[in-house]
Design a protein around this ligand. Structure first.
Ligand code: GDP
Length: 296
């Protein structure tokens, strides 16, 4: 179920509940079951959905609501709040400051959109007067450096990498040092994302992180990975201290639920979403407007 459909299904469930003459236990349960079904079809993790249902029932205690209370409003508000809670881990991520050097490390599986997102992130800040720089610490995939170089050149952002050095830790450290000397205030380290060698990948992430001491580690996730999102995000979180999430390809036919699961797994907020292949198809992510839009 794509995000717009998810929103539509939830809105319909709320509308049906609102249309009922009397809101009793059965009407509330029908509404919540409908929402549960929609969320599960959107690949939100089962446990999250179950917790949400329990929380809403705890908040909306129909017996305790005296006559005259607007039950519809209270239920609607509870659903809205619970959806927001699923997307808001309750603590903001590290926010870099213009003019002060910050190292931002990007992690994520190959194909997630990591390299594209590194450039989008740099470009977004550059337009606001920052001095970003890109470091390619992916020495595994042939062509990774060329891709970053191409993107960086197009956006006129300085970059660092090597065709011959095979040690990603070394490149990452050299790149960060180089750009610190050049007074860049946003030093973005792109990393490898190879599949099928996860243990080696996570060890490499740990080493790059230990050597470059990033102020923020951003986990990049393709919105279409569905139910795999929770485990994937958690695996990265266990090797490096992920502090924020960027969800890519929100323009496609992806099921949106993975984003909710990634937030839960990393206890980190979604800070941006990718909405296309172009450099400026990138949006700041705000929970409340997002949920409002979702619910129409
Ligand atoms: P990496 O292997 O994780 O570094 O992924 P890439 O940055 O190479 O991206 C993989 C593919 O996804 C490329 O074709 C990108 O153009 C595409 N891509 C990345 N972000 C988005 C997005 O937000 N929307 C769409 N439609 N495509 C994207």
């Amino acid at each position: 179920m794509v995000l717009a459909q998810l929103g539509g299904s939830i809105s319909r469930a709320i509308q049906q509940m609102s249309n009922a003459t009397i809101i009793d236990e059965k009407v509330l349960n029908d509404c919540l079951n409908e929402i549960t079904r929609a969320l599960l079809q959107s690949d939100v993790q089962f446990k999250l959905v179950r917790d949400m249902q329990t929380n809403i029932k705890k908040i909306v205690n129909l017996d305790d609501l005296a006559a005259g209370h607007n039950k519809r409003k209270i239920i609607q508000q509870a659903i809205f709040n619970e959806l927001c809670k699923m997307l808001d881990p309750g603590k903001p991520s590290f926010t870099p400051k213009k003019g002060k050097p910050s190292v931002i490390m990007f992690v994520g599986l190959q194909g997630s959109g990591k390299t594209t997102t590194c450039t989008k992130y740099a470009y977004y800040h550059q337009k606001k007067g920052w001095k970003p720089a890109l470091v390619c610490a992916d020495t595994f995939r042939a062509g990774a450096f060329d891709q970053l170089k191409q993107n960086a050149t197009k956006a006129k952002i300085p970059f660092y990498g090597s065709y011959t050095e095979s040690d990603p830790v070394r490149i990452a450290v050299e790149g960060v040092e180089t750009f610190k000397k050049e007074n860049c205030d946003l030093i973005i380290v792109d990393t490898s994302g190879r599949h099928k060698q996860e243990a080696a990948l996570f060890e490499e992430m740990r080493q790059v992180s230990e050597a470059t001491k990033p102020d923020l580690v951003i986990f990049v996730m393709d919105s279409s990975i569905g139910q795999a999102a929770f485990d994937q995000a958690q695996a990265f979180k266990q090797s490096v201290s992920v502090g924020a999430v960027i969800v890519t390809k929100m323009d496609g036919h992806a099921k949106g639920g993975g984003a909710l699961s990634a937030v839960a797994a990393t206890k980190s907020p979604v800070i941006f979403i990718g909405t296309g292949e172009h450099m400026d198809e990138f949006e700041v992510f705000d929970v409340k407007p997002f949920v409002s839009r979702l619910l129409g």
